[in-house]
Design a protein around this ligand. Structure first.
Ligand code: AP5
Length: 209
């Protein structure tokens, strides 16, 4: 899943993981868990999370490799990684090595004002250390600078699926699962068949919503 902070990656990843019976591997959750348990790794990464900066690649890639190895033969939903083209390439190499490269790169499109609204609303309830106006702006800036450009790379590979993430969460979930189910039917016979990106983000405009 590749989308801006607050776009709904975590929300949708839970539903996808439940639907397909695969683990939800969320780098942010794994890192926050280390911080909460006050492990050595948690102490090392806390200041990156608090400031909304990226944790070094070797740390996240090592964590994700272990999670992917555990998910071998089952499948997975990755949430929060890749965040840079270097991470995307490294993940691809790990995927090739473990024979589990991604079938789909899912992008949720959400406007900045809505991202800010959601994250500030969450700040009131959950108090995540990086949900302050300043840190949210830094996270968003970083997203547009280094994460958003990866979408082109997945588009060229033909595995990009874009969905309108502005809709209510359950409606986004329905569109996501519909797209993933259809893709599963079309690729099951020949996983290496050429693919083209799928863009569902304009569906509602077509019906006047
Ligand atoms: P991470 O935990 O990945 O945070 P993020 O990308 O900022 O994403 P969020 O969890 O804020 O948002 P989300 O898109 O998951 O949306 P959610 O479903 O929660 O990363 C945190 C930090 O860890 C990074 O800043 C970095 O320091 C480090 N890190 C993580 N991965 C890394 C990596 N690969 N490399 C280096 N560093 C890394 O929804 C947000 C809110 O909106 C919720 O309240 C939800 O209820 C609500 N909501 C969701 N969908 C909708 C909807 N459709 N309508 C209305 N509200 C909605």
């Amino acid at each position: 899943m590749i989308a801006a902070p607050g776009a709904g990656k975590g929300t949708q990843a839970v539903g996808i993981a439940r639907h397909f019976g695969v683990p939800h591997i969320a780098t942010g959750d794994l890192l926050r868990d280390h911080v909460a348990r006050d492990t050595r790794l948690g102490r090392e990464v806390q200041h990156y999370l608090d400031r909304g900066e990226l944790v070094p690649d070797d740390v996240v890639l090592k964590m994700v490799r272990a999670a992917l190895e555990a998910a071998r033969g089952v499948g997975y939903v990755l949430d929060g990684i890749p965040r840079t083209l270097d991470q995307a390439r490294a993940l691809y190499e790990i995927g090739v090595e473990l024979d589990m490269t991604a079938d789909v790169a899912l992008h949720l499109q959400v406007q900045d004002e809505e991202l800010l609204r959601r994250l500030l609303a969450r700040a009131e309830g959950q108090g995540r250390s990086d949900d302050t106006a300043d840190v949210i702006r830094r996270r968003l800036g970083l997203y547009y600078a280094v994460t958003h450009p990866i979408l082109d790379w997945y588009g060229e590979r033909g595995i990009l699926v874009s969905v309108d993430g502005m809709l209510p969460a359950d409606e986004v979930g329905r569109q996501v699962l519909t797209a993933l189910e259809v893709l599963r039917q079309t690729t099951e016979g020949d996983p290496d068949a050429p693919r083209r990106p799928v863009d569902l983000s304009g569906l509602d405009t077509a019906f006047g919503a």
